[in-house]
Unconditional design. Structure first.
Length: 359
């Protein structure tokens, strides 16, 4: 039986579509094979304290005799929960846990060692960069890195000298800003980890503290760019301000658009997220996006060689979300009005994918 012209035409169309699909699939596979993907993450882990009483900080509530009755069982449960989250960030894209993790609200080096030795993390062989900060509660920032991917070259802890506006002689003791320079799979990259002063006393009343933190942060970035104008810098943290607040938008001079980010500006992929109603923590049914990762221009300029920014995201898997009650939809936190609730943190983690061609 002879086929009609219409049938022949349809056969040709179907064949072209099939060949096109095969070509796309091959091209996708080639692209996947030819690019290396590393994840850089940041997580505010909500008061990860050990059970020992530190006589020089206000950690009494996080002890067995304190208000929260912070026992070894609760501590071990918290470690297990946080380790699970960290091990899963980036798995969808890189099939690996993050090469780099910025972390805040940890009490000391011991809790970091206990965390990285958890069963879900120990196989990734994380190294630690940590300094004690003068924070009144004793919480610090730190950087975790997979030793197989990152080699630290130097690090420093930059102190923020801050004073009360109403009492200029009264010091405000807050977290240092951690600066780590090293080789990420052979390429020089700089990481800054932040945990800026809180909004205690109200956003407006406390905003000057975060603006002072932003000034120090900008000074650090400028000093790195003065040494190398093409420095690849990832500036991450819990800034206690949203991407549109003055400290981020005006003092740090961030841009929400890749192709409009000027040479010494910072690109903030989180700004468009908050405009879409997304956030990393919630308060009184309002989402904030305090947790951010900002990047210098050489990380978004596709003409530059080496690692480039590919994608940013909020890690908010279902198990991290409260499913019932007054705080339904909020991050499933560790601490609540009733004490320890067995959750994770009052913040969601954030992450970016960095990619580079495989030679």
């Amino acid at each position: 039986m002879k086929r009609s012209n219409n049938q022949k035409s349809l056969s040709k169309i179907l064949l072209c579509v099939l060949l096109g699909m095969i070509s796309i699939n091959i091209a996708y596979c080639q692209e996947t094979r030819n690019y290396q993907i590393n994840t850089v993450a940041f997580y505010n882990v909500e008061n990860l304290f050990d059970t020992e009483n530190d006589p020089v900080t206000f950690d009494d509530d996080r002890t067995p005799l304190g208000k929260d009755a912070w026992t070894e069982d609760k501590y071990e449960d918290k470690l297990k929960n946080i380790a699970k989250v960290l091990s899963e960030i980036g798995q969808d894209g890189s099939h690996n846990s993050p090469a780099i993790i910025g972390i805040c609200e940890i009490e000391n080096l011991k809790v970091l060692e206990d965390l990285t030795n958890q069963p879900s993390l120990i196989k990734y062989n994380y190294g630690i960069v940590h300094y004690d900060s003068p924070d009144m509660r004793g919480v610090d920032v730190a950087l975790l890195y997979q030793k197989s991917h990152f080699k630290p070259l130097n690090s420093q802890s930059r102190r923020l000298l801050l004073y009360e506006k109403e009492a200029p002689s009264k010091r405000v003791y807050t977290r240092d800003q951690l600066v780590v320079t090293g080789l990420l799979d052979g390429e020089k990259v700089h990481f800054i980890v932040n945990h800026w002063p809180s909004r205690s006393g109200g956003e407006a009343r406390s905003s000057y503290k975060r603006e002072k933190a932003a000034e120090l942060n900008r000074l650090i970035i400028d000093s790195l760019q003065q040494i190398d104008p093409y420095a690849k810098i990832l500036n991450m943290g819990d800034f206690n301000d949203d991407p549109t607040n003055k400290s981020i938008k005006k003092v740090l001079k961030t841009s929400a658009t890749k192709n409009k980010t000027q040479f010494k500006q910072l690109y903030n992929p989180m700004e468009n997220m908050i405009k879409q109603g997304k956030g990393t923590l919630a308060y009184r049914d309002k989402w904030n996006l305090f947790d951010q990762i900002l990047l210098t221009n050489p990380l978004i300029n596709e003409k530059d060689k080496g690692f480039q920014f590919y994608k940013a995201g909020i890690f908010n898997k279902e198990y991290l979300i409260t499913t019932s009650g007054q705080f339904r939809g909020y991050p499933k936190r560790s601490y609540g009005y009733a004490g320890y609730e067995g959750g994770y943190s009052d913040h969601f983690p954030v992450y970016v994918y960095l990619i580079k061609p495989v030679e």
